[in-house]
Design a protein. Structure first.
Length: 364
């Protein structure tokens, strides 16, 4: 007997805590895309051990219970989840009920998790379980196993070892389990007002959550938005000058950020925004350049030749002016599209647009 719940490669996959939900949503069709593109706009970075971690800064992607209209999400402890059952039996029961399971396990005990840092220490990581095969005694799992998001088959024995042997690193929410189940018939549309506010947050490098007093302590030392490029430049130059190891994931995130921006502008154009503006082509060029820089970093890591890192660092720094100009143009296009419109067509409710942030006046 076997059962595999549907998955499809996620639109963004830098880290599993959003790749896992997105791989589920991608398998349901395209209805989730407007919701995704209303989010995943802000960037952040902070020192983590000896690297600079760059990531999307979005309340939704933290381990607080996720708020996504397209997913039923249940957030429980491993102790309650397993209860009196064998954990394998519990996973099978959940999958039979249509639930995907995400939990942190110890990658040191997964033979296919071939990244060096996993094999050298007990590292917890967010594993998604989405299927099983009783005949072969295997589970279908997904995660970033060796520097990229992948789907693997895991034996019951390996899973049990990774589940039972507690990790020493990355232990936030280690004792928690998240159950995901797609929720049908949820209609979410693109929200130009939310997007434009988030664009301004990116340009001003501020935390959107300050508006509703939901910022948390761990965010106090994070660099946000356009200012992340200065930190990326400094980090790459430090690695270049010291001939030290460079983490390629930071530029993979930057590339996926531009990939999202291109898709976002295409969706905005579908509702009549920026049709005559060059912003789409300009962002496509940024996406192309970001991918080139990411590939140069990967090649430098593989060949142990850092000679081109200085050029990459300078190029990333140039994103500040380029992206600022593009976003200001796009914000102006959104403003002029809606400045005389009925706010209901913008907000979907009776909110007063004069009380909102970004559509009060043209961007200076």
């Amino acid at each position: 007997m076997n059962k595999i719940l549907p998955v499809r490669f996620p639109f963004i996959s830098s880290y599993p805590y959003y790749a896992n939900p997105l791989t589920i949503l991608a398998a349901t069709g395209n209805e989730y895309i407007p919701w995704m593109l209303n989010n995943f706009i802000q960037l952040s970075c902070h020192p983590e051990n000896k690297i600079l971690k760059v990531d999307f800064f979005q309340e939704w992607i933290t381990w607080a219970p996720y708020s996504c209209p397209h997913l039923d999400v249940q957030f429980i402890s491993k102790e309650i989840y397993e209860a009196d059952r064998n954990i394998i039996d519990t996973l099978i029961y959940s999958i039979n009920k249509g639930y995907y399971i995400q939990m942190k396990v110890n990658h040191k005990y997964l033979s296919f998790s071939n990244a060096t840092w996993y094999k050298q220490k007990d590292m917890a990581h967010e594993l998604l379980v989405y299927g099983y095969d009783l005949n072969n005694k295997t589970l279908n799992v997904a995660d970033n196993f060796g520097g990229k998001y992948e789907y693997k088959t895991c034996s019951f024995e390996e899973f049990l070892n990774s589940y039972r042997n507690t990790s020493c690193f990355n232990l936030d929410y280690y004792e928690k389990v998240m159950l995901y189940k797609p929720t049908p018939d949820q209609s979410i549309v693109i929200d130009p007002l939310k997007i434009s506010d988030s664009f301004i947050d990116f340009l001003e490098s501020r935390d959107t959550r300050n508006r509703d007093n939901r910022s948390v302590n761990w965010a106090n030392n994070i660099v946000l938005g356009i200012n992340t490029y200065n930190k990326i430049h400094d980090y790459i130059m430090t690695c270049y000058e010291n001939h030290s190891h460079l983490d390629h994931r930071l530029l993979h995130v930057v590339w996926e950020h531009k990939k999202c921006m291109v898709a976002r502008i295409e969706l905005l154009q579908s509702i009549g925004i920026a049709l005559q503006s060059p912003v789409l082509d300009m962002y496509k060029d940024l996406e192309r350049v970001a991918l080139i820089y990411r590939n140069i970093i990967i090649k430098a890591i593989v060949t142990k030749n850092n000679s081109k890192l200085e050029n990459v660092a300078k190029g990333i720094l140039s994103f500040i002016n380029t992206e600022t100009n593009i976003l200001n143009e796009l914000l102006e296009q959104i403003y002029f599209k809606y400045k005389n419109s009925d706010e209901i067509s913008i907000l979907g409710n009776s909110n007063n647009i004069s009380r909102k942030w970004s559509l009060l006046s043209p961007i200076k």
